[in-house]
Design a binder for this molecule. Structure first.
Ligand code: 26V
Length: 824
């Protein structure tokens, strides 16, 4: 009762009145005439205002809790990417105002979905890493942790993908016009960040001093995005820095009439946050990217230190009240930057500063691919941030002394672990050395970090290493994306699961309940119809909802092996051509994938998928049995339509390469059945559902290592398997009029590295075997539906809420400042 009165926004007539006022005063229209775009704008600004008021009230609460106990900390989650997607529906859901808003829309005959679709995705990330950060903000807030996310306010998010003649073409993603409503500018919290300049070190009274003259100063202007939680009055924020020139113009140039030159300074500063780098898991060692990293890091660290001093007036308890998490190595410069601030701005000595910094910072690794481990050219770092480089040299020097005493005489090992080596700055080593905890994102991945990637560090400091398996914001990916399934769960197990994911397990009791099985099947079919209609509207040809929907949606990368999927589809195509009367259920293969623009080989695979789709879909002899769909511009909002409609979840990376995967969890919780390798979180999915509710195939990570060790020869496998050989050979003639001999060569000839480096051919036969078993299981509708039910139920452990509690307990050592009253 008190709660209701406390929030006027819950009152439908107040809500409606505020929307009407905005429509008339700002947009000069009214409820009768408002377009969906008008309504989106009006409701979104209202919700943003509501969140702002909640934030104000929460600020007092969280600060007083922080000051009154030593058991809570402020968590800062720093990440170059937050792939937020749309916000309106999520915020309405979290605030419990979705029904009220949708009632108002229905009254004016507006389809809520049409309204939600007005909102552009905030595509400020590439894929798994950035989406994880977004899911974590939801879990942090819902559970009442005091947390702030820091990132960059890219003017352009991840490129929009168009497919032209099968080939990926990139277009700018100008998200701000529609997305700006959620961004709250905070001019007054602007910080200055220095780049370049003349740097000189000198000794004075036995102390090393320095001068830095004539740096290029850039302003970092913050834009705050409020993060709502479900069933709570807590509101956290994601602070996005936007770069701006500190002096408006180069006045000398301006006065002498050189206007272009005068504007250059402004332009080059503003370039820093112009666009998100569209590469994930492939090297992109560009100067501008390093500038992005340092801008984000320096502004965030200055802000964090100022917050701390405002609240406590001292830095002495910094690591007791502050946890700074670096999400992958991109923010690793927080280590030297905090050292710089503590020493240069607050006169702290090295030892004390190091003690505080290394006990504050923790680091998550998200990839084991050697080529994706970040390294920066030393001279680039030295010229762009000379003081930071000076500090890196000292970190490196002290680390080497320590490492030598741990591994006496083994200079090879020490060089390998060092920060500065071979004229490069190694960000992963810096992150491990500067952190008190390091974690991987699934059990297998964390083990590989200990055994392999960071083995020597593990030997030296085993207590640093731990695991936190990824999780997803299931209120978005299940409750909002699949409302029919969510309400079936409400009916069966009660609605408590919506805040306490462990309750989801109760649904397993319904595995043999024929009525529930049929409901699950019906809901899946409804979702397939919706997806099929969407595909039809967007690209002209709707797949048959009675075919089985087999989905592989993720970034395009060799290690994820979309090519393995394609080779099998080709063999299916050939089998149907050879036997037009073959008895089979129609199959629809759905792909969603963006390739890094510079990743040529990946783009060829996209073209292969699209050309194969053209040929199969237009061949009347097969098109009623086989269909291939490529979802152009795969994004968070397309994923929200795709996950609920997925029946088969393809998670087929080469074992040992996929750190975790999170799409696998989203499909699972929507009742999709996994066909996959024992890689990343698939291992734990199998543990959760048991071997009968998943289709596992292929080599294990250990077998992959052994096989490579013995010497892998793909051509032997090719020659000994006629089905595989025919599929590979068909690449020469190609599809849709385009030859893909280059891909055949990649599979068979050791041109750049070994042939078929991700071993598609090796796992092909077992992959086909697993698919055959899956097809048989699908025909037994009861069995399939009960598998589906168990997958939904046992997805409970892949909740981001659980991941965040693991981080809080094992890594940050903190507790909620405002425990969610509805959570246990
Ligand atoms: C690395 C690099 C290297 C330099 C150039 C740009 C760049 C950008 C990103 C990365 C690391 C990306 C790592 C990543 O996205 N990993 C994914 O993280 C997911 C969340 O933990 C996980 O589920 C996926 O398995 C993993 O591939």
């Amino acid at each position: 009762m008190e709660k209701k009165a406390a929030n006027k926004y819950n009152d439908p007539s107040y809500f409606r009145g505020q929307v009407e006022t905005y429509l008339t005063n700002i947009l000069h229209t009214d409820l009768k005439n408002a377009t969906p775009a008008n309504m989106y704008q009006a409701i979104a600004q209202l919700i943003n205002r509501e969140l702002g008021e909640m934030r104000l009230a929460y600020n007092d609460k969280r600060k007083s809790v922080q000051k009154s106990t030593d058991k809570t900390k402020k968590v800062y989650y720093i990440c170059m990417e937050f792939l937020m997607g749309q916000s309106l529906k999520n915020n309405l859901y979290n605030l419990g105002q979705q029904a009220m808003a949708e009632d108002l829309l229905r009254e004016i005959h507006m389809d809520p979905q049409v309204l939600y679709d007005q909102e552009p995705d905030a595509g400020l990330g590439n894929g798994g890493l950035g989406r994880l950060a977004a899911c974590f903000m939801d879990a942090l807030t819902t559970q009442g942790y005091d947390a702030t996310g820091y990132s960059l306010c890219y003017e352009y998010g991840l490129f929009r993908q168009k497919i032209v003649d099968g080939w990926q073409v990139e277009f700018p993603d100008n998200w701000l016009p529609g997305g700006r409503v959620w961004l709250n500018p905070r001019e007054e919290d602007t910080f200055e960040v220095n780049f370049y300049g003349d740097y000189h070190e000198y000794w004075e009274n036995g102390q090393l001093k320095y001068t830095l003259t004539d740096p290029q100063t850039v302003e970092a202007v913050p834009y705050d995005l409020f993060i709502s939680g479900s069933g709570t009055t807590a509101v956290n924020k994601l602070r996005l820095w936007s770069a701006r020139s500190s002096g408006s113009f180069d006045m000398n140039a301006f006065n002498s009439g050189d206007f272009t030159k005068a504007a250059q300074r402004t332009n080059s500063a503003e370039m820093i946050t112009k666009v998100l780098y569209p590469a994930d898991n492939i090297p992109e060692g560009k100067e501008l990217r390093l500038k992005q990293q340092y801008l984000m890091v320096s502004a965030s660290c200055q802000n964090i230190v100022r917050d701390q001093l405002h609240l406590y007036g001292t830095l002495d308890n910094f690591h007791k009240k502050t946890a700074i998490h670096i999400n992958d190595t991109h923010p690793a410069l927080v280590v030297p930057e905090l050292m710089r601030i503590f020493m240069d701005d607050y006169g702290m000595g090295w030892e004390k500063a190091w003690e505080i910094v290394s006990n504050t910072v923790s680091y998550t690794n998200h990839t084991v691919l050697a080529e994706a481990l970040e390294k920066w050219n030393s001279s680039l770092v030295q010229s762009m941030m000379p003081r930071i480089y000076g500090i890196l040299q000292e970190i490196d020097r002290r680390f080497r002394i320590q490492a030598f005493s741990r591994f006496p005489g083994d200079s090879g090992k020490v060089d390998y672990m060092a920060v500065l080596q071979d004229r490069e700055v190694r960000m992963a080593n810096l992150s491990v050395i500067g952190s008190h905890k390091v974690n991987g994102v699934s059990k297998l991945h964390s083990q590989i970090l200990k055994d392999d990637v960071f083995h020597d560090f593990y030997l030296a400091t085993p207590e640093k290493f731990t695991n936190v398996t990824n999780g997803i914001a299931y209120r978005r990916w299940l409750c909002q994306a699949n409302p029919e399934l969510a309400s079936l769960l409400d009916d069966c197990i009660g609605s408590a699961y919506r805040l306490d994911s462990s309750q989801l397990k109760l649904f397993a009791a319904y595995r043999s309940d024929v009525g529930v099985q049929e409901e699950v099947e019906k809901i899946k079919r409804n979702n397939k119809v919706r997806l099929s209609n969407f595909i039809g509207q967007q690209w002209g040809s709707a797949p048959d909802p009675d075919s089985i929907f087999i989905v592989q949606a993720k970034r395009l990368h060799e290690y994820k092996r979309q090519l393995l999927n394609v080779l099998r589809i080709i063999s299916r195509y050939q089998a149907i051509k050879a036997d037009p009367n073959i008895d089979m259920r129609p199959e629809t293969y759905i792909f969603g994938a963006k390739a890094a623009p510079s990743y040529y080989h990946a783009k060829f695979i996209i073209q292969l998928i699209n050309k194969l789709a053209d040929e199969i879909n237009s061949d009347p002899a097969v098109s009623d049995k086989l269909r291939v769909v490529f979802l152009e511009n795969y994004s968070v909002s397309i994923a929200e339509k795709l996950m609920p409609a997925t029946e088969v979840s393809e998670q087929i990376s080469l074992a040992g390469k996929e750190a975790s995967g999170t799409g696998n969890m989203k499909m699972m919780i929507n009742g999709g059945i996994t066909i996959g390798t024992l890689d990343g979180a698939n291992v734990e999915i199998r543990e959760a559902v048991g071997p009968d509710n998943i289709f596992i195939f292929g080599m294990t990570a250990d077998e992959v290592r052994d096989c490579l060790h013995r010497g892998y020869d793909s051509s032997k496998i090719y020659s000994s398997d006629p089905v595989l050989k025919a599929a590979v050979d068909s690449l020469d003639r190609g599809f849709g009029g385009v030859s893909f001999s280059n891909i055949k060569e990649y599979l068979l000839k050791p041109t750049y590295s070994i042939a078929d480096p991700y071993m598609c051919l090796m796992d092909f036969k077992d992959y086909c075997r697993a698919h055959d078993e899956l097809a048989a299981a699908y025909e037994d509708r009861q069995r399939w539906n009960s598998m589906s039910i168990e997958n939904i139920a046992y997805a409970d452990r892949f909740s981001a809420d659980r991941s965040i509690r693991n981080y809080a307990d094992m890594i940050w050592d903190t507790r909620p400042v405002l425990p969610n009253p509805s959570m246990k």
